[in-house]
Design a protein around this ligand. Structure first.
Ligand code: AP5
Ligand code: MG
Length: 215
């Protein structure tokens, strides 16, 4: 099963992708997480990506595509995957279709997590992440058991450098048009599933229902 999650910054792509990956045993590929690792390591691609990410802008298409290609060559494609944060532009979506086609695979479903944009700034500004294991929390909606400490691995939780309110607003603005284009691209391909819901659990249960229909 090959999936991707679409949604504005803070829609819950990462939160839901981790659950899907765990329950259906498919590989989670999050381009934003990979960029953050490369920035931390100081690789040339990481250095290039950093200036875009800090400003809330998209990293150039070719860099994002390179990352996904490398992941596809590294993982067992027969296991399946859930992409999170890719594609972000129509061009990336078209290239993804081509890459998968060349490898003899395809996307089975694309979930668009539809959230009221007004909620997103608060969500992202309150997010805390663990750089060690990738777990994500929210100071109010999904707090860790002990403040500032990851429930899963015990490491320190941090705030992402692009999660300041002004940068979040800019990210939402930049992504809005692009998400609309992607939604219509995948709608035309007949694989779009629009997911609504309020709580993390409600949204996940709607995703699971959509998956079970196809399995
Ligand atoms: P990326 O890391 O993908 O950031 P994003 O798209 O802005 O999305 P977020 O990770 O901020 O949000 P999310 O939807 O994963 O929400 P989460 O589950 O954490 O990308 C970062 C940057 O990298 C981009 O801006 C860009 O520069 C670059 N980049 C990445 N991919 C790229 C690509 N393909 N092309 C070009 N550039 C690329 O949830 C958010 C918070 O809300 C958490 O605290 C969570 O606990 C909480 N929460 C989640 N769901 C709910 C709910 N239902 N109710 C209440 N709280 C909730
Ligand atoms: Mg994310």
């Amino acid at each position: 099963m090959n999936l991707t999650l679409l949604g504005l910054p803070g829609a819950g792509k990462g939160t839901q992708a981790k659950k899907i990956s765990r329950d259906y045993n498919i590989t989670h590929i999050a381009t934003g997480d990979i960029f953050r690792i490369l920035i931390e390591k100081g690789t040339p691609l990481g250095k290039r990506a950093e200036k875009y990410i800090q400003q809330g802008k998209l990293v150039p298409d070719d860099d994002a595509i390179q990352i996904v290609k490398e992941e596809f060559s590294r993982i067992d494609m027969n296991t399946g995957f859930v992409l999170d944060g890719f594609p972000r532009t129509l061009y990336q979506a078209e290239i993804l279709t081509e890459i998968l086609d060349d490898m003899g695979y395809r996307l089975d479903m694309v979930f668009f997590i539809k959230v009221n944009p007004e909620e997103l700034v608060e969500r992202v500004a309150g997010r805390r992440v663990c750089l060690n294991c990738g777990a994500t929390f929210h100071i109010e909606y999904n707090p860790p058991k002990k403040e500032g400490i990851c429930d899963l691995c015990g490491d320190e939780l941090i705030q992402r450098s692009d999660d300041q309110k002004d940068t979040v607003r800019k990210r939402i603005e930049i992504h809005s048009n692009k998400v609309d284009e992607l939604v219509s691209y995948y709608k035309d391909l007949g694989i779009l599933r629009i997911i609504t819901g309020q709580s993390i659990e409600e949204i996940y249960s709607n995703i699971k229902m959509a998956i079970e229909v196809e399995l």
